[in-house]
Design a protein around this ligand. Structure first.
Ligand code: KG4
Ligand code: ZN
Length: 368
């Protein structure tokens, strides 16, 4: 089955053609970073206008790159939740128009759910090789489940128990900032330019960086909590950079007074505390796995923009090796928002009979 997938939930306009849920024939992403840079954050109205301009050229590019005409597409998928409502509406409207005019079925996909799928997409350069791998997986039965899922993005930070692609339960989530949001805010505190997350990662990983020059708190919450919190870490970094505020709420210093070495080391200390907090909660779930499932955990499915983070990737791999579970970590291109993951998960949804129709709505919140 060949699915044309659309994604426009935030500031990336994306389209992809995915075969049988695993083989990515094309994945085209137009980022809007340059549009939002001067505001140091995504401006919803600018984002939705840019989606309107870019969506159809991106769809055309994805079809061309895949060498697939619209007539050969079996279904249209779209990320319809969660996200910025104006941005989502562009993708949902385009997908409905395509489905209706071509007489093809429509599949609405939850974007957070799709991030969990990104690590199992065909990762081979050679499409035929990826297709063979996917077929082999299909023949032998899916060895992934039960799985522990982790989504760390700009809007969400959550863990899930997955019994299948369709049957999943949330076991923990952030009680305040999402991890990517904390990275973006930490970057602002340190005077690191937009986009904050990747730039802070680069700085923290640069030569000579020490993550122990300042001691920032690793969030644990209560001893049994499976939730995350990043706001305390962010405030601790703020005070480390600016000193404690006066009674009037004024600070004595700001990031401009940091030396380049201090800025680099503060970034590394933030990165250490943020990543360790995530690993700690994954360890807690794995320690208590028998409460969630009678079968052993077979894989760790990860996704979302922050899985592009160099330290988190290394720590996730080390965790999976320690625990002897398979890690599905998306390649960098599929960590951030993309349509390939939407087309991949859509295949699993339709196999379970979860089709949508033209009443599909854009919804700002996740269903998970
Ligand atoms: O998944 P995504 O593209 O969009 C949402 O669904 O939110 O994630 C975007 C987030 C941003 O907060 C961005 O700063 C963060 O992912 N991010 C990173 C890195 N690359 C992207 N955070 C830390 N390190 C990175 N290398
Ligand atoms: Zn996302």
């Amino acid at each position: 089955m060949t699915i044309l997938a659309l994604e426009s939930s935030c500031d990336e306009t994306a389209a992809a053609v995915v075969r049988d849920g695993r083989v990515v024939l094309s994945s085209v992403i137009a980022s809007q970073h340059e549009l939002h840079e001067e505001y140091a954050g995504v401006v919803p109205e600018l984002a939705s206008r840019a989606h309107v301009e870019r969506m159809l050229p991106i769809v055309r590019a994805a079809l061309e790159e895949a060498g697939v005409g619209l007539g050969l597409v079996d279904a249209i998928a779209v990320g319809h939740r969660p996200g910025l409502i104006g941005s989502l509406l562009v993708g949902v409207s385009a997908a409905k128009a395509l489905a209706w005019s071509l007489g093809k079925p429509l599949i609405g996909v939850d974007h957070v759910h799709a991030h969990l799928y990104a690590g199992v997409l065909g990762q081979c350069d050679e499409v035929e090789e990826a297709y063979a791998t996917a077929s082999a997986v299909a023949r032998t039965g899916d060895p992934l489940f039960p799985a522990l899922g982790l989504v760390v993005s700009g809007g969400h930070t959550s863990m899930y128990l997955l019994r299948s692609w369709i049957d999943l339960t949330r076991v923990g989530a952030t009680i305040d900032d999402a991890m990517g949001e904390a990275y973006d805010k930490a970057a602002t505190i340190l005077g690191v330019p937009y986009p904050g997350g990747p730039n802070l990662d680069r700085l923290a990983s640069s030569a000579g960086a020490s993550d122990r020059v300042i001691d920032l708190p690793i969030s644990r919450l209560s001893p049994t909590s499976l939730d995350f919190s990043f706001s305390g870490l962010k405030t601790a970094l703020l005070y480390a950079v600016r000193g404690l505020p006066s009674a009037k709420g004024e600070y004595a210093r700001d990031a401009t007074q940091l030396s380049p070495e201090q800025r680099r080391d503060f970034a590394a200390a933030f990165q250490r505390a943020a990543c360790k907090a995530v690993i700690l909660k994954l360890e807690r779930v794995l320690d208590r796995w028998s409460e969630f499932s009678s079968e052993p955990c077979r894989s760790l499915l990860t996704g979302g923009g922050v899985t592009a983070n160099s330290r988190l990737r290394a720590e996730l791999q080390a965790l999976a090796d320690r625990r002897g579970i398979a890690l599905r970590l998306p390649p960098l291109a599929w960590c951030v928002d993309n349509a390939a993951m939407i087309g991949g998960l859509a295949y699993e949804l339709q196999r379970a009979g979860k089709w949508s129709d033209l009443s599909l709505q854009a919804v700002p919140t996740t269903s998970l």
